[in-house]
Design a binder for this molecule. Structure first.
Ligand SMILES: NC(=O)c1ccc[n+]([C@@H]2O[C@H](COP(=O)([O-])OP(=O)(O)OC[C@H]3O[C@@H](n4cnc5c(N)ncnc54)[C@H](O)[C@@H]3O)[C@@H](O)[C@H]2O)c1
Length: 253
Protein backbone atom coordinates (compact mmCIF):
# COMPACT_ATOMS: atom_id res chain seq x y z
CA UNK A 1 0.00 0.00 0.00
CA UNK A 2 1.39 3.42 -0.98
CA UNK A 3 1.93 5.98 1.77
CA UNK A 4 0.89 8.79 -0.58
CA UNK A 5 -2.79 9.52 0.01
CA UNK A 6 -3.37 6.97 2.77
CA UNK A 7 -5.47 7.76 5.83
CA UNK A 8 -4.23 6.55 9.20
CA UNK A 9 -5.39 6.40 12.80
CA UNK A 10 -2.43 6.56 15.17
CA UNK A 11 -3.30 5.42 18.69
CA UNK A 12 -0.66 6.57 21.19
CA UNK A 13 0.32 9.10 18.55
CA UNK A 14 1.36 11.86 20.95
CA UNK A 15 4.71 10.24 21.72
CA UNK A 16 7.43 7.71 20.92
CA UNK A 17 6.89 4.97 18.33
CA UNK A 18 3.47 6.12 17.19
CA UNK A 19 4.43 9.76 16.87
CA UNK A 20 7.49 8.82 14.79
CA UNK A 21 5.27 6.66 12.57
CA UNK A 22 2.79 9.51 12.13
CA UNK A 23 5.67 11.79 11.11
CA UNK A 24 6.84 9.33 8.45
CA UNK A 25 3.31 8.82 7.10
CA UNK A 26 2.78 12.58 6.77
CA UNK A 27 6.23 13.03 5.20
CA UNK A 28 5.23 10.41 2.62
CA UNK A 29 2.00 12.20 1.72
CA UNK A 30 -0.49 10.45 4.03
CA UNK A 31 -2.97 11.95 6.50
CA UNK A 32 -3.15 11.13 10.21
CA UNK A 33 -5.63 11.29 13.06
CA UNK A 34 -3.84 11.32 16.41
CA UNK A 35 -5.58 9.44 19.23
CA UNK A 36 -4.10 9.59 22.71
CA UNK A 37 -4.96 10.45 26.29
CA UNK A 38 -6.42 13.89 27.00
CA UNK A 39 -3.40 14.89 29.10
CA UNK A 40 -0.88 13.93 26.40
CA UNK A 41 0.79 16.23 23.87
CA UNK A 42 -1.59 14.96 21.18
CA UNK A 43 -3.05 18.36 20.28
CA UNK A 44 0.40 19.88 19.60
CA UNK A 45 1.61 16.79 17.73
CA UNK A 46 -1.51 16.69 15.54
CA UNK A 47 -1.21 20.42 14.79
CA UNK A 48 2.47 20.07 13.85
CA UNK A 49 1.56 17.30 11.37
CA UNK A 50 -1.53 18.92 9.90
CA UNK A 51 -3.50 16.04 11.40
CA UNK A 52 -6.60 15.90 13.59
CA UNK A 53 -6.63 15.43 17.37
CA UNK A 54 -8.94 12.99 19.15
CA UNK A 55 -8.47 12.64 22.91
CA UNK A 56 -9.43 9.16 24.11
CA UNK A 57 -8.47 6.31 26.40
CA UNK A 58 -8.13 2.78 25.03
CA UNK A 59 -9.46 1.53 28.38
CA UNK A 60 -12.80 3.17 27.57
CA UNK A 61 -13.76 0.28 25.32
CA UNK A 62 -17.12 1.76 24.28
CA UNK A 63 -16.07 5.40 24.16
CA UNK A 64 -13.17 4.74 21.80
CA UNK A 65 -15.59 3.30 19.24
CA UNK A 66 -17.23 6.74 18.98
CA UNK A 67 -13.83 8.44 18.78
CA UNK A 68 -12.68 6.09 16.00
CA UNK A 69 -15.93 6.80 14.09
CA UNK A 70 -15.25 10.55 14.38
CA UNK A 71 -11.63 10.16 13.31
CA UNK A 72 -12.57 8.10 10.25
CA UNK A 73 -15.28 10.62 9.32
CA UNK A 74 -12.75 13.45 9.51
CA UNK A 75 -10.15 11.51 7.52
CA UNK A 76 -12.73 10.45 4.95
CA UNK A 77 -11.81 6.75 5.16
CA UNK A 78 -9.29 4.45 6.82
CA UNK A 79 -6.36 2.45 5.45
CA UNK A 80 -3.94 2.10 8.36
CA UNK A 81 -4.24 1.85 12.15
CA UNK A 82 -1.18 1.84 14.38
CA UNK A 83 -1.60 1.10 18.08
CA UNK A 84 1.12 1.59 20.68
CA UNK A 85 -0.95 2.37 23.81
CA UNK A 86 0.28 -0.07 26.43
CA UNK A 87 2.49 -0.72 29.39
CA UNK A 88 2.99 -3.00 32.36
CA UNK A 89 2.91 -3.34 36.11
CA UNK A 90 5.92 -5.06 37.64
CA UNK A 91 5.54 -7.89 40.11
CA UNK A 92 6.50 -11.53 40.57
CA UNK A 93 3.96 -14.33 40.41
CA UNK A 94 4.64 -14.73 44.11
CA UNK A 95 6.38 -11.74 45.67
CA UNK A 96 7.35 -10.72 49.20
CA UNK A 97 3.86 -9.23 49.65
CA UNK A 98 2.11 -12.39 48.47
CA UNK A 99 0.68 -13.59 45.15
CA UNK A 100 0.50 -11.09 42.27
CA UNK A 101 -2.72 -9.10 42.56
CA UNK A 102 -5.32 -10.34 40.08
CA UNK A 103 -6.80 -6.87 39.52
CA UNK A 104 -3.34 -5.62 38.53
CA UNK A 105 -2.95 -8.59 36.20
CA UNK A 106 -6.33 -7.88 34.59
CA UNK A 107 -5.50 -4.19 34.21
CA UNK A 108 -2.39 -5.02 32.18
CA UNK A 109 -4.37 -7.45 29.99
CA UNK A 110 -7.10 -4.82 29.53
CA UNK A 111 -4.72 -2.07 28.44
CA UNK A 112 -2.53 -4.11 26.12
CA UNK A 113 -4.51 -7.11 24.87
CA UNK A 114 -8.18 -6.14 25.09
CA UNK A 115 -7.36 -2.56 24.12
CA UNK A 116 -5.48 -3.75 21.04
CA UNK A 117 -8.14 -6.24 19.99
CA UNK A 118 -10.90 -3.68 20.49
CA UNK A 119 -9.26 -1.04 18.31
CA UNK A 120 -8.36 -3.66 15.69
CA UNK A 121 -11.91 -4.99 15.35
CA UNK A 122 -13.34 -1.45 15.19
CA UNK A 123 -10.78 -0.19 12.68
CA UNK A 124 -11.17 -3.34 10.55
CA UNK A 125 -14.90 -2.59 10.24
CA UNK A 126 -14.09 0.84 8.79
CA UNK A 127 -11.37 -0.50 6.49
CA UNK A 128 -13.78 -3.12 5.15
CA UNK A 129 -16.04 -0.33 3.86
CA UNK A 130 -13.31 1.18 1.67
CA UNK A 131 -12.52 0.38 -1.95
CA UNK A 132 -9.57 -1.99 -2.45
CA UNK A 133 -6.46 -0.76 -4.28
CA UNK A 134 -5.13 -2.46 -7.44
CA UNK A 135 -3.57 -5.21 -5.27
CA UNK A 136 -6.90 -5.87 -3.52
CA UNK A 137 -5.66 -4.21 -0.31
CA UNK A 138 -8.07 -2.35 1.94
CA UNK A 139 -6.04 -1.83 5.08
CA UNK A 140 -3.16 -2.60 7.41
CA UNK A 141 -3.29 -3.00 11.20
CA UNK A 142 -0.01 -2.57 13.09
CA UNK A 143 0.17 -3.53 16.76
CA UNK A 144 2.86 -3.31 19.40
CA UNK A 145 4.08 -6.29 21.40
CA UNK A 146 7.53 -6.60 23.03
CA UNK A 147 10.36 -9.10 23.05
CA UNK A 148 9.15 -9.69 26.64
CA UNK A 149 6.36 -11.67 24.93
CA UNK A 150 8.96 -14.34 24.21
CA UNK A 151 11.53 -13.96 27.01
CA UNK A 152 9.89 -12.00 29.80
CA UNK A 153 12.13 -11.03 32.67
CA UNK A 154 11.49 -11.73 36.33
CA UNK A 155 8.62 -9.47 37.41
CA UNK A 156 7.11 -9.13 33.91
CA UNK A 157 4.53 -11.90 34.14
CA UNK A 158 1.45 -9.76 33.44
CA UNK A 159 3.16 -7.77 30.69
CA UNK A 160 4.48 -10.96 29.09
CA UNK A 161 1.02 -12.55 29.10
CA UNK A 162 -0.53 -9.45 27.52
CA UNK A 163 2.16 -8.98 24.87
CA UNK A 164 2.23 -12.72 24.05
CA UNK A 165 -1.53 -12.46 23.53
CA UNK A 166 -1.02 -9.68 20.98
CA UNK A 167 1.63 -11.74 19.18
CA UNK A 168 -0.54 -14.84 19.37
CA UNK A 169 -3.65 -13.30 17.82
CA UNK A 170 -1.77 -11.65 14.94
CA UNK A 171 -1.83 -14.58 12.49
CA UNK A 172 -5.39 -15.52 13.41
CA UNK A 173 -6.63 -11.98 12.84
CA UNK A 174 -4.73 -11.83 9.55
CA UNK A 175 -6.52 -15.01 8.51
CA UNK A 176 -9.88 -13.65 9.71
CA UNK A 177 -9.41 -10.45 7.70
CA UNK A 178 -7.52 -11.81 4.69
CA UNK A 179 -10.60 -12.14 2.48
CA UNK A 180 -11.24 -8.42 3.03
CA UNK A 181 -7.73 -7.41 1.94
CA UNK A 182 -6.78 -6.28 5.44
CA UNK A 183 -3.33 -7.28 6.75
CA UNK A 184 -2.29 -7.52 10.42
CA UNK A 185 1.26 -7.33 11.73
CA UNK A 186 2.84 -6.80 15.13
CA UNK A 187 6.15 -5.19 16.02
CA UNK A 188 7.99 -6.59 19.05
CA UNK A 189 10.65 -4.08 20.14
CA UNK A 190 13.50 -4.44 22.62
CA UNK A 191 14.33 -1.38 24.74
CA UNK A 192 13.78 1.92 22.89
CA UNK A 193 14.21 5.54 23.96
CA UNK A 194 10.59 6.74 24.14
CA UNK A 195 8.36 8.46 26.68
CA UNK A 196 7.71 5.07 28.30
CA UNK A 197 11.39 4.51 29.09
CA UNK A 198 12.29 8.12 29.93
CA UNK A 199 12.74 7.10 33.58
CA UNK A 200 15.07 4.17 32.86
CA UNK A 201 18.44 4.90 34.42
CA UNK A 202 21.69 4.81 32.42
CA UNK A 203 22.85 1.72 34.37
CA UNK A 204 19.61 -0.15 33.68
CA UNK A 205 19.72 0.80 29.99
CA UNK A 206 23.28 -0.51 29.72
CA UNK A 207 22.21 -3.74 31.45
CA UNK A 208 19.18 -4.19 29.19
CA UNK A 209 21.14 -3.61 25.98
CA UNK A 210 24.32 -5.52 26.88
CA UNK A 211 23.02 -8.77 25.36
CA UNK A 212 22.26 -7.21 21.98
CA UNK A 213 24.31 -8.53 19.06
CA UNK A 214 24.62 -5.06 17.51
CA UNK A 215 24.05 -2.17 18.07
CA UNK A 216 24.28 -2.22 21.88
CA UNK A 217 22.13 0.84 22.49
CA UNK A 218 18.52 1.84 22.99
CA UNK A 219 16.51 1.81 19.80
CA UNK A 220 15.20 5.05 18.33
CA UNK A 221 11.51 5.70 17.69
CA UNK A 222 12.21 6.36 14.02
CA UNK A 223 13.60 2.82 13.71
CA UNK A 224 10.14 1.53 14.71
CA UNK A 225 8.56 3.98 12.25
CA UNK A 226 10.76 2.70 9.41
CA UNK A 227 9.55 -0.86 10.07
CA UNK A 228 5.93 0.32 10.24
CA UNK A 229 6.35 1.99 6.83
CA UNK A 230 7.90 -1.20 5.40
CA UNK A 231 4.92 -3.19 6.72
CA UNK A 232 2.47 -0.78 5.09
CA UNK A 233 4.30 -0.79 1.77
CA UNK A 234 4.96 -4.54 1.45
CA UNK A 235 1.83 -6.62 0.73
CA UNK A 236 3.63 -9.89 1.52
CA UNK A 237 4.16 -8.91 5.16
CA UNK A 238 1.16 -10.38 6.94
CA UNK A 239 0.24 -12.33 10.06
CA UNK A 240 3.68 -11.85 11.55
CA UNK A 241 5.20 -10.57 14.76
CA UNK A 242 8.50 -8.98 13.81
CA UNK A 243 11.19 -8.57 16.44
CA UNK A 244 12.97 -5.21 16.30
CA UNK A 245 15.72 -5.87 18.77
CA UNK A 246 19.31 -5.70 17.44
CA UNK A 247 19.57 -9.43 18.21
CA UNK A 248 18.75 -8.96 21.89
CA UNK A 249 17.50 -11.84 24.02
CA UNK A 250 16.52 -10.62 27.49
CA UNK A 251 18.21 -12.44 30.36
CA UNK A 252 16.01 -13.46 33.38
CA UNK A 253 16.88 -10.12 35.02
N1 LIG B 1 9.86 1.86 24.64
C1 LIG B 1 10.20 0.59 24.79
O1 LIG B 1 11.34 0.26 25.18
C2 LIG B 1 9.22 -0.49 24.47
C3 LIG B 1 9.70 -1.80 24.27
C4 LIG B 1 8.78 -2.80 23.97
C5 LIG B 1 7.44 -2.50 23.83
N2 LIG B 1 7.00 -1.22 24.06
C6 LIG B 1 5.59 -0.95 23.91
O2 LIG B 1 5.42 0.25 23.18
C7 LIG B 1 4.27 0.92 23.65
C8 LIG B 1 4.60 2.28 24.21
O3 LIG B 1 5.04 3.11 23.18
P1 LIG B 1 6.28 4.06 23.38
O4 LIG B 1 7.42 3.22 23.86
O5 LIG B 1 6.41 4.86 22.14
O6 LIG B 1 5.88 4.93 24.66
P2 LIG B 1 5.39 6.45 24.78
O7 LIG B 1 5.02 6.60 26.21
O8 LIG B 1 6.39 7.38 24.19
O9 LIG B 1 4.07 6.49 23.86
C9 LIG B 1 2.91 5.78 24.22
C10 LIG B 1 1.70 6.68 24.02
O10 LIG B 1 0.54 5.89 24.33
C11 LIG B 1 -0.33 6.69 25.07
N3 LIG B 1 -1.19 5.87 25.92
C12 LIG B 1 -0.82 5.11 26.99
N4 LIG B 1 -1.89 4.56 27.57
C13 LIG B 1 -2.96 4.99 26.86
C14 LIG B 1 -4.34 4.80 26.99
N5 LIG B 1 -4.85 4.07 28.01
N6 LIG B 1 -5.17 5.37 26.10
C15 LIG B 1 -4.67 6.13 25.09
N7 LIG B 1 -3.36 6.37 24.93
C16 LIG B 1 -2.52 5.81 25.81
C17 LIG B 1 0.57 7.58 25.92
O11 LIG B 1 -0.10 8.76 26.36
C18 LIG B 1 1.70 7.88 24.97
O12 LIG B 1 1.53 9.07 24.23
C19 LIG B 1 3.66 0.04 24.75
O13 LIG B 1 2.70 -0.81 24.17
C20 LIG B 1 4.87 -0.72 25.22
O14 LIG B 1 4.50 -1.91 25.87
C21 LIG B 1 7.87 -0.22 24.36
Amino acid sequence: MDIEGLKAIIIGGASGFARATAERIVAGGGAVAILDREESAGAEVAASLGGTWHPTNVLDFDGIAVVIDEAVDTLGGLHVAVNTAGGGKAGRTLGRGGPFDLDDFRAVIDLNLIGTFNTNRLCAAHMAEGDPNDDGERGVLINTSSIAAFEGQIGQVAYTAAKAGIAGMTLTMARDLGSLGIRVNTIAPSLFATGLTAGVTEDRAVNLTKDAAFPKRLGRPDEYARLAIAIIENPMLNGDTIRLDAGTRFAPK
